[in-house]
Design a protein around this ligand. Structure first.
Ligand code: ITT
Length: 181
């Protein structure tokens, strides 16, 4: 089994659908202030490595909006807790460029080494929230080529095209090559 260190049940549901040998472990770790998800993951992997026996997985993700200079980006968790989807929609009022992308960096600690698997999904910010599936910013994000938001998709449908789905399939490929799954 691979321990997945997260407090986010929505995220874990998506992870276990692709890496079925996953178990959720709720544990705190510091998310350092930096401008890249990759450095957050590097720091967290090293921090947790001295506290967790064996292999484990973490996932740090963010929503990047070019019209807002890539905000909320690495601050996505804090921004979601404070101003939420309504706050983002307010900031986007009157913006013609509604493009946005999600990025996931999955960190794997495996046999004492750190690995990262990255996935990106492009789309746009809707005018209003739609749907009740998923979590976080899903109701206001419509992926490219679709006429519905992530929150109007099942976990399976979202995983096929999402940032996390892409990163997870890279992780699964690696674990398969290692003979772990
Ligand atoms: P952890 O315990 O795993 O850190 P978290 O919810 O803090 O959970 P992140 O820091 O990775 O996770 O996520 C930053 C924010 O972006 C947070 O508010 C999430 O709800 C949101 N988010 C992450 N992935 C998302 C996705 O696939 N769809 C919508 N929102 C997402």
């Amino acid at each position: 089994m691979f321990k997945v260190i997260t407090h986010n049940h929505g995220k874990f549901r998506e992870i276990e659908k692709i890496v079925s040998k996953a178990e959720m472990l709720e544990m705190e770790y510091p998310e350092i202030q930096t401008n890249s998800l990759e450095s957050v993951v590097d720091f967290a992997l090293n921090y947790l490595a001295s506290r967790i026996e064996g292999n484990f997985i973490i996932d740090d993700s963010g929503l990047f909006i070019p019209a807002l200079n890539d905000f909320p980006g690495v601050y996505s968790a804090y921004v979601f807790e404070t101003i939420g989807n309504d706050g983002i929609l307010c900031l986007m009022e009157g913006k013609k460029d509604r493009r946005a992308y999600f990025k996931t960096v999955i960190g794997l600690r495996y046999r004492g080494y750190n690995f990262k698997f990255i996935g990106i999904c492009h789309g746009e910010i809707t005018e209003e929230p739609h749907g009740s599936e998923g979590f976080g910013y899903d109701p206001i994000f419509r992926p490219e080529g679709y006429d519905k938001t992530f929150a109007e998709m099942s976990v399976g449908e979202k995983n096929k095209i999402s940032h996390r789905g892409k990163a997870l399939r890279k992780l699964r490929g690696f674990l398969e090559r290692m003979g772990e799954i």
